[in-house]
Design a protein around this ligand. Sequence first.
Ligand code: SF4
Length: 321
Amino acid sequence: MIEIDTASLIRLVEEKKPKRVLVTCPPGIRLKCIEVISDLSNTYNFDAIFLGESCYGICDLAESEASFLQADLLLHIGHNSALEKAGKITYFIDAYDDISFIPVIEKAFPYIKIYKKIGLCTIGPHLKKLDEAKDYLQTLGFFVYIGDSVPPLKKGQVFGCNYSTCETIIPHVEVFLFMGSSRFHAIGLYNFFEKPVFMLDPYTLEVISIEQDALRIKRRLIFNFYKAVDAKSIGIVIGLKEGQFNMNAALKLYKELKSLGRKVYLIAMEDISNDKLNAFLNIDAFIETACPRISEDFFDKPVLSMQYGFKLIEYLKGQKF
Ligand code: SF4
């Protein structure tokens, strides 16, 4: 069951006394948000508007939409972080899932008993379950490490583009247990540190060694990289989501690739999708400066992350990949 931090919500609404509130959240908790905020809007007499756009991460700010809708408060619910506020009127409100990890840890024991030292991490909704999981693993005889908060990450938290909490414990860790059902985060963790990672899914009780998936993705990224090496025309895609906007990187890529003899185009886009990219018939490959996870999706043409984009420039200048 999802719990929203209503105490913080009420405190904020009483302090700000908003007239119009824009609410954004990941789709998985939207129903719960609608229920909680609708009740609150009746009690505190404000208009609530629920944003129906995608909201993949803490980077998915919506201050322009809030300004357009003349909202005086923007609630970003469910992408828990060590930050309270961003932009002018965005406040982060935590949401937690109370599902226990003890059953899936029991199932994981035969797979992990060869290790002694475990690193634990998770995503926002399961942060409150970290200590319970740690205590249980310790009773099974493991040494368990959870990385301290590195803002915007809370203790033991990871984002798909930020694993800093795990960096601090890496010298102690033989294996990571990623608590949650997001393969994408578990794959990122493996590819970042190249240590064994098991994903513990509390909903299906699956215990998944993520190595094969991670290597498959890495091979695909490298394949796309070499296809981009041969591309005559390259589109640099600037992400229009506020927290993903990186004009400087896009311009740097644009100028460098141009000077290396490629035809280069700057493109701006909010959600980056295969259909939208395919509409650029004249372009052979893309580099997106928005979010590193996008290049892991399936596209008809090669789409490189910004990091691979800069590697491409080095490679074209004669450096090894
Ligand atoms: S940039 Fe991508 S990986 Fe990072 S928080 Fe945003 S959606 Fe998640």
